[in-house]
Write a protein that binds this ligand. Structure first.
Ligand code: UGA
Length: 438
């Protein structure tokens, strides 16, 4: 099939590669010329394991090309996927849908009645219907439009795109869905379930799934607060309740909380949309989910302050700065926020991260970047594990024990072996646990 993918951020780049892998003829479109040139040369604008190789293969197979605007070739696409971002509006809770409306209006100028428009961006409920109205005004016909949310996670983006748990399609007419189902036929043949719903339910599926995941994480982090106050251990608690199949162990990892470009802004946008709909009370609990999450960051700052006595002029080493491992995404990263708060308290914060230091440099944060892990640990008064990269999980505490000035580590992600680190002479502190160090 002939496909255009509009918006080449995380979602769009991954989707364009995935569609090319399915054998379609894909044109990626983004107004950012430098991004388009980089992608056309086989370079991703972000780090994502395996995606750059797949991008290069797709380009050399002739299935994937990039351009900055629609042209006669892209206009005849069977399907146009809208994959632009919907960031949180600065100073507000709501999602900024202006990129979605701008992409739709540019598309409307070239859209043919036979082509299908598929929205994949995460949008507030009601957006798709407004888009149809706008596009109808611009084109003079009712566009065929489906909504088809994406559930990929950074770090496993391509695998999630190619093998999602489900394909959800929303539209006003089941006929519209046919072209999209043909596009995904190879995936459907693998047995991936397809749910065909109305537009509003489909929009809600995406934001409510993210709200549920965020709630699960904040639930266990609330238990961590109780555990800290009562002498219990939230990691063992999560293990015990997670074994109940009705609860499940995924997204029950306690630590410094969730971040990234999706969960935080999606719960806030959802709260704002519920307010607009006059049912703000229904999502009042999500405000608490957000607050519990943000408190975890301050908790680490407090633990660090308790350990150091005073933070000023102390050398603090932050291991990992991205919001999660296998990603260089610093958006709303808990580790980054903790590092900046400790720096604001006068700490000399050195950051190590296997891939995100380049992204950190662009922020001019004043944090000290150190690409050599051993050099980062040298002379530290305190080490904090902020992102659970594999490199840190397999660190030998014995081998690095002579490096810091003070052998204390805060395991912000609860991934280190307390026994092994203590045996090597370290004090180990972890949120939600009451670890006794001699
Ligand atoms: C999330 C969803 O998981 C995807 O399904 C969704 O498609 C995506 O948002 C999106 O809306 O685009 P992502 O933000 O890439 O994906 O990452 P997650 O794996 O969900 O992790 C989010 C945050 O939660 C990370 O900071 C992670 O460290 C944290 N987390 C995750 C925990 O603190 N505890 C857990 O048990 C799991």
């Amino acid at each position: 099939m002939k496909i255009s993918v509009i918006g080449l951020g995380y979602l769009g780049s991954t989707h364009a590669v995935a569609m090319a892998q399915l054998g379609h003829n894909v044109i990626g479109i983004d107004p950012d010329d430098s991004r388009v040139q980089a992608l056309a040369a086989g370079t991703l604008p972000f780090f994502e394991p395996g995606l750059e190789d797949a991008l290069r293969q797709a380009i050399s197979s002739g299935n994937l090309s990039f351009q900055t605007d629609h042209d006669d070739l892209s206009a005849v696409s069977d399907i146009h996927f809208i994959c632009v971002g919907t960031p949180q509006i600065s100073g507000q809770q709501s999602a900024d849908t202006s990129y979605v409306f701008a992409a739709a209006s540019q598309l409307a100028a070239v859209l043919r009645p036979s082509s299908l428009v598929v929205g994949k961006s995460t949008v507030p409920v009601g957006t798709a219907r407004n888009l149809i109205t706008n596009m109808r005004k611009a084109t003079g016909f009712t566009p065929k439009l489906c909504w088809n949310p994406e559930f990929l996670r950074e770090g496993t983006a391509l695998a999630d795109s190619m093998s999602p748990d489900r394909i959800v399609i929303g539209s006003d007419d089941l006929e519209y869905n046919q072209a999209l189902k043909s596009c995904y036929q190879k995936m459907i043949d693998q047995g991936i379930p397809v749910l065909e719903l109305d537009l509003e339910t489909t929009e809600l599926v995406k934001v409510s799934a993210n709200a549920f995941l965020a709630t699960k994480i904040s639930f266990i982090n609330a238990m961590a607060e109780i555990a800290e106050a009562s002498g219990a251990d939230a990691v063992r608690l999560a293990e015990a309740i997670g074994l109940d199949n009705r609860i499940g162990k995924s997204f029950l990892r306690t630590g410094i909380g969730f971040g990234g470009g999706c969960l935080p802004k999606d719960i806030r946008g959802f709260i704002a949309r519920a307010d607009e709909l006059g049912v703000g009370e229904s999502l009042a609990f999500l405000k608490e989910v957000d607050q519990i999450n943000l408190r975890r960051r301050q908790r680490i700052v407090s633990l660090a302050t308790e350990e150091l006595g005073q933070v000023s002029n102390k050398k603090i080493t932050m291991l990992g700065i991205s919001f999660k491992p296998d990603s260089d995404d610093l958006r709303d990263s808990p580790a980054l926020e903790i590092a900046l708060r400790l720096q604001a308290l006068g700490g000399i914060v050195t950051v190590h991260d296997p891939v995100s230091l380049e992204a950190l440099e662009k922020k001019s944060s004043g944090l000290i970047s150190e690409s050599d892990l051993l050099a980062a640990l040298k002379d530290a008064d305190l080490v904090i594990l902020g992102t659970e990269w594999a490199d840190y999980k397999k660190l030998d505490p014995e081998a690095v024990s002579s490096l810091p000035r003070v052998k204390t580590i805060i395991d912000g992600r609860n991934v280190l072996s307390v026994e092994a680190w203590q045996k090597a002479g370290w004090r180990i502190i972890a949120p939600g646990r009451n670890i006794v160090n001699d």
